[in-house]
Ligand binder design. Sequence first.
Ligand code: ITT
Length: 187
Amino acid sequence: MRALLASQNANKLAELRAMLPDWEIEPLVADDYPEETGASYEENARIKARFARTHADGVWAIGEDSGIEADALDGGPGLHSARWAAGDQADALLAALADTDVRGARMRTVIVAVSPAGDEVVAVGVLEGEIARERRGTTGFGYDPIFVPTGLTQTVAELGEEWKNVHSHRARAAQAFAAASARAMRS
Ligand code: ITT
């Protein structure tokens, strides 16, 4: 199966390629990406998927939107995870939570994909956890050095790529997408 991914984030592309080995995924290279004006991850992922569809010829068009939701920030930065911090994202979240013991958080990915026939598939993945007190680990990107999944003591950046490719929010969304797209192609 072939797909065009509307993402300007090279880390997402690399992870989705590893998580979906049966798929040949190419990035959509364009300088007129639409603004992410949706009121939800799903709406933003759909904006990206529909943009990819305008460039996808006979292949699936995929949009993906992700974020981290901290309980102490009433679910923020959430939808705004990509752009709320002026500098390093993980450091900004650590600073925002410096004075609170409320560490609960989750990472969420929503994939919206449109088949060559125009059928839409939506897949969601959530990883529950806590925000660490300091950065640890060197793998991954974004918030990985400060996110500790529930039941574990290491951050995602310490757990490593192999762990992330099976257990992360994006891995869970990718697994749900693989199942849902297979159903769509059978029907
Ligand atoms: P697109 O072009 O696909 O929109 P983006 O980086 O802007 O790329 P999002 O809008 O989905 O992506 O923003 C999510 C932000 O959350 C992003 O900037 C990342 O740094 C962070 N993020 C996303 N996935 C992550 C992951 O698996 N681990 C840690 N941080 C992540």
